[in-house]
Design a protein around this ligand. Structure first.
Ligand code: LLP
Length: 428
């Protein structure tokens, strides 16, 4: 699952007790494991080896430069969705030919930056956007490769906020319109339409929606090829789940077992496959460390009030997401045997784990079975590497957390904690 484990009564990330990190850099702090990032990238690569995909890690899931550099060093490409993410990917040393760029609302300056960098693929989401890309490429006397993002109208059975491949969402172009799209734009000399893109949602716990979406994309490709269009790339997006609860999510190998057999004949026929996994690589590679400031009881409720809340990790309040939370230095007899609502420890009591912000929605967990907690206890919020820091905010003028990367028995500060001076640096 990952390289965070309780050993000798304390939680370690690889060889480092996380308590040492908190003592050194304070809390709240995100801690990432380089070894886990590598392990999960390798799992996706090995699982899909038969179709030799270009794996473009989704920068939005965790865009810290040190994390990106580690993945680039391991051969990953990058999936970006903004000029800012493109800047990060290039700053991390990602070769442009390994960068793909999606997003419904690319601005002219963002398109120009992508063209200047010479990235692998611009994933186009509408007729107007294609015309704009072609116009900008023509004006710059350059050309680029584009893939049409199709909306396969497949329900990924995930949270409605992160469902992207159904008709009522803003993403992509209906399959029915895709043929007309190629007929109109498929011969542009500057914006060359070379592929198809899809991304159905995130996280997707079932392999069936992928099978359906990829089937539809391959059928469309066959139709388009019959019409004389060469469709040499299929970017199948991301969305593979992460292990938020022990053993709950399919492994990369499960997704691959369902999808690879569909792709293999097309790959033999010259198709290049791109994948955009984010969460399945980064989520289990990170935890959030937070310290209990106060414990209070109100009626029969128990609250652990921490120095991190929805500002540091939005997922619980925004998506009702489950993140396993446990003391980093548990008292005797309370080391969990699994990460789940029932962690396999006796004598637990419900507790709301909340943040310091002035909102009732500011929580990390509600009614969670937890052991005795005391002021000063260090808590680890697990599987927080993806969409944790990247969605953090400064709400209530909270300085952004620090980020630390662990490699073996060493750790380095890869983003210092913000100061109050940072908070006001762009104002006035
Ligand atoms: N490709 C595209 C076009 C995407 O929109 C996304 C995620 C990905 C790839 C990566 O998906 P992943 O492999 O990480 O599941 N904030 C939400 C997740 C939003 C995902 C948005 N798009 C969360 O915290 O669950």
């Amino acid at each position: 699952m990952d390289l965070f484990a309780y050993e000798g009564g304390t939680l370690r990330c690889e060889g480092v007790p996380v308590g040492d990190i908190a003592a050194d850099v304070g809390t709240p702090t995100y801690v990432y494991s380089r070894g886990t990032l590598a392990e999960h990238l390798t799992r996706v690569r090995d699982a899909f080896a038969a179709v030799d995909p270009l794996i473009c890690y989704s920068v939005k899931s965790c865009g810290n430069l040190a994390v990106l550099r580690a993945l680039v060093d391991l051969g990953a490409g990058m999936d970006v969705v903004s000029g800012g993410e493109l800047h990060r990917a290039l700053a991390a040393g990602c070769p442009p030919e390994r960068i793909v760029y999606a997003g419904v609302g690319k601005r002219d300056d963002e398109i120009a930056a992508a063209l200047d960098a010479g990235i692998h693929l611009l994933n186009v989401e509408s007729e107007q956007e294609f015309e704009n890309i072609a116009r900008i490429a023509r004006a710059r006397g350059t050309e680029c490769r584009c893939a049409l993002r199709i909306n396969p109208d497949v329900d990924p059975k995930t949270h409605r906020h992160t469902t992207t491949g159904t008709k009522e969402t803003k993403f992509g172009v209906d399959i029915e319109r895709a043929r007309a799209f190629f007929r109109t734009y498929g011969h542009d000399a500057h914006a060359r339409l070379v592929g198809l893109h899809l991304h159905i949602g995130s996280p997707v716990y079932d392999t069936a929606p992928y099978v359906e979406a990829v089937r539809r994309a391959l059928a469309l490709r066959a139709d388009l090829q019959r019409e004389g269009f060469e469709v040499s790339v299929l970017d199948a997006g991301g969305g593979f789940a992460a292990d938020y609860e022990t053993g709950r999510s399919p492994a990369a190998a499960d997704y691959a077992a369902a999808i690879v057999p569909l792709l293999e004949p097309a790959v033999r026929d010259g198709l290049r496959v791109v994948l955009e996994p984010g969460r399945s690589i980064a989520a289990n590679a990170g935890i959030l460390l937070t310290r209990v400031q106060y414990v209070k009881r109100s009626g029969d409720k128990r609250f652990a009030i921490c120095d991190a809340g929805m500002n540091a990790l939005l997922r619980p309040s925004h998506y009702d997401a489950f993140h396993f939370i446990w003391p980093a230095e548990p008292r005797a007899g309370s080391v969990p045997t699994r990460r789940a609502a029932d962690p396999g420890v006796a004598g637990l009591e419900p507790c709301d784990v909340v943040g310091p912000l002035c909102e009732t929605g500011d929580y990390l967990a509600l009614d969670r079975a937890l052991p005795v907690l005391e002021r000063g206890d260090l808590l680890a919020v697990f599987t927080a590497g993806a969409y944790g820091m990247s969605m953090a905010s400064r709400y209530n003028s909270s300085p952004l957390p620090a980020e630390v990367l662990v490699d073996g028995d060493r750790f380095s500060l890869v983003r210092r904690r913000e100061t109050y001076a940072d908070l006001v640096a762009h104002e006035g």
